[in-house]
Design a protein around this ligand. Structure first.
Ligand code: ATP
Ligand code: MG
Length: 265
């Protein structure tokens, strides 16, 4: 489960015009079509951690939303496990860029959200406990999201997603806004969890180091409209580090160059 095939995907948005802002109303209020994604063709294997990388505004979230079935207005095809996508799938979980914990629920309730229909209440409690422990939030079970730090909130989201044992996990820049140390820690946790659960994860980031340290595969988007600039398997052992892996370091420089930063430090 979690095998993804994307063929010739194209996406454009319609630019809405504010009435009265433009004297040219030749196309009515509908506005122009703005191409965002062009000719995206890729295949992700079951169990892979795929990192989609690209500069801000290039269309990463748009692509992720399409694969997750939230956006149906595109051309081309997206197949998951051999089936054309047709809307969001309850076995696929999306962790949004903006965060999506329910503020009126405690950590325990948020993590247990997808398990609430389990008939065996003890089994349900055991599962919630397992994921609370996995993200090291013992002692915070009855705290509300506003009582947690940004990193702790992200960990609750991760636990809530993993608790339902999804076939596919979509993560849209889940480390946004975290301090450096929390970012590093969570990055390690996500890698460990991926090794443990073995599910397909599609992870969107603009951080080249995250993509190269975490991914089994990296897909680099760039240009306007965005197309795939590079896709490659990252067959490097873990834990990875740039200092002792010259090939990884060379790839890092290549991607920086590709994204318009010729001499990264
Ligand atoms: N609903 C929408 N209507 C019109 N244009 C949109 C819409 N959503 C996104 N866009 C445009 O599409 C482009 C890609 O947006 P998207 O959010 O996919 O970028 P991104 O790569 O995820 O950026 P970031 O790294 O900043 O999150 C941007 O130019 C954005 O303005
Ligand atoms: Mg985005």
């Amino acid at each position: 489960m979690g095998h993804v095939v994307i063929r010739n995907l194209q996406k454009e948005y319609i630019e809405r015009r504010c009435k009265g802002r433009s004297s040219d109303n030749s196309s009515g209020d509908r506005g122009d079509n703005i191409p965002v994604l062009s000719n995206i063709t890729a295949e992700f294997n079951e169990g892979e951690m795929v990192c989609i990388l690209g500069p801000s505004g290039c269309g990463k979230s748009t692509l992720l939303r399409i694969i997750a079935g939230f956006d149906k207005s595109f051309s081309g095809s997206v197949l998951i496990d051999g089936k054309m996508i047709n809307g969001p799938n309850p076995n696929h979980i999306f962790i949004f860029q903006q965060g999506s914990l329910f503020p009126w629920m405690t950590v325990w309730q948020n993590i247990g959200l997808g398990l609430r229909y389990m008939k065996d209440r003890n089994m349900m409690k055991g599962k919630i406990r397992k994921y609370v422990d996995m993200v090291e939030l013992e002692g915070f079970e009855y705290h509300y999201p506003y009582q947690l730090s940004g990193g702790m909130q992200r960990r609750v989201e991760l636990a809530r997603a993993l608790a339902v044992n999804p076939d596919l996990l979509f993560m849209d820049e889940p480390f946004t806004g975290l301090d450096f140390l929390t970012h590093m820690r969570l990055r390690e946790e996500v890698v460990n969890m991926h090794e443990f659960i073995g599910k397909t994860i599609i992870f969107v980031t603009h951080d080249i180091d995250d993509a190269l340290i975490m991914g089994d595969r990296v897909v680099v988007l760039g240009g306007r409209p965005a197309c795939i600039k590079l896709t490659c398997e990252l067959d490097f052992p873990r834990p990875r580090d740039f200092e002792n892996m010259p090939e990884l370091s060379r790839l890092r420089s290549e991607i920086f160059f590709m994204l318009g930063v010729p001499c990264a430090v």
